[in-house]
Design a protein around this ligand. Structure first.
Ligand SMILES: [Mn+2]
Length: 306
């Protein structure tokens, strides 16, 4: 059975606290449970104060068989930040711009760029699969997007890890691989009509909104948007082809900064990434007991301070 844990973002102490709350105990430096395994939904890094603690803990669990994990968009970005662009001398797949550096700063403080430990952890990120199909449940960072999973097939290995070339292609804006990685790791979006834009929480002007693809009741843009805050969005219907997950296999994902008390999003869909409007939020887990119909009673959480 699995305990699916949401985005950690460098909050090592909160993670240890959550594991203890679920009766995992540390044995020879590795957290274990006699009957259960953790599944991490990705986004181990950026923002938080304890990257080394968080990553050492997660990696040891994965390597010793007490946890599984998928890749988040922050790990994908970190790999691209670390990887020279084979087509442009001196450049990297992800630009070393002021903005990108800032987003990555908390991680780089603990894993200095180019150091041995930096290279080592980046090489571990490359071993994270893009998605996990465990038969009775599925886990992905943002969206189990069937069309994108099909596109990405030739770009992953037998363990669902992206091949080296996929990072090159996936960094080329507009390529099929780029869009597939965006959909799977960052979520699906809807383009606003001409003339509409809004500022996101980081002050960036955007002309696309992220969609609550899990909410079949939200068929018009203002209620279907997840990242537009109080922005004045046009009262338009979502396109008919807007992606929905309708498989019977329960799906778990992170990424979306859900609000309030953790609850399932549908009988077969649960998000485990929660925050409050104040910084920090909660570190959430869903304790799956083998059920095909998910239950609100299976969430546990701790405060993610700092
Ligand atoms: Mn994310």
């Amino acid at each position: 059975m699995y305990d699916i844990i949401g985005d950690i973002h460098g909050h090592g102490s909160a993670l240890a606290e959550l594991l203890k709350k679920m009766d995992y105990t540390e044995q020879n430096g590795v957290f274990r449970h006699p009957e259960r395994k953790v599944v991490f939904v990705g986004d181990f890094i950026d923002r938080g104060p304890e990257h080394k603690k968080a990553l050492t803990l997660c990696r040891s669990m994965v390597e010793q068989g007490s946890a599984l994990a998928v890749m988040g968009n922050h790990e994908f970005n970190a790999i691209c930040y670390a990887t020279p662009d084979p087509e442009t001398a001196g450049a990297f797949l992800r630009k070393h711009s002021e903005k990108n550096h800032q987003t990555h700063q908390a991680f780089l403080n603990e894993y200095p760029l180019g150091s041995a430990e930096y290279k080592d952890i980046i090489s571990w990120f490359r071993t994270l699969p893009l998605f996990l199909d465990l038969g009775a449940i599925r886990v992905v960072h943002a969206v189990w997007h069937h069309p994108s999973l099909k596109v990405i097939q030739p770009w992953i290995n037998a363990d669902n890890c992206l091949l080296t070339d996929a990072y090159v292609q996936g960094s080329k804006r507009g390529s099929d691989v780029y869009h597939a990685v965006e959909n799977i790791l960052k979520g699906i979006e809807c383009k606003l009509p001409k003339g509409y834009s809004f500022e996101d929480k980081n002050g960036q002007v955007r002309n696309k909104v992220r969609l609550k693809w899990w909410d079949e009741q939200a068929t018009r843009l203002p209620e279907a948007a997840t990242n537009a805050g109080e922005a004045d969005l046009p009262e338009m219907e979502l396109p008919d082809h807007t992606y929905r997950y309708r498989d019977s296999v329960p799906l778990f994902f992170g990424h979306y900064w859900l609000q309030g008390t953790p609850e399932i999003l549908s009988p077969t869909i649960a998000g485990v990434d929660y925050t409050s409007l104040s910084e920090g939020g909660k570190l959430v887990a869903y304790r799956w007991q083998g059920e095909q119909t998910l239950s609100n009673d299976h969430f546990v959480w701790v405060d993610r301070v700092g």
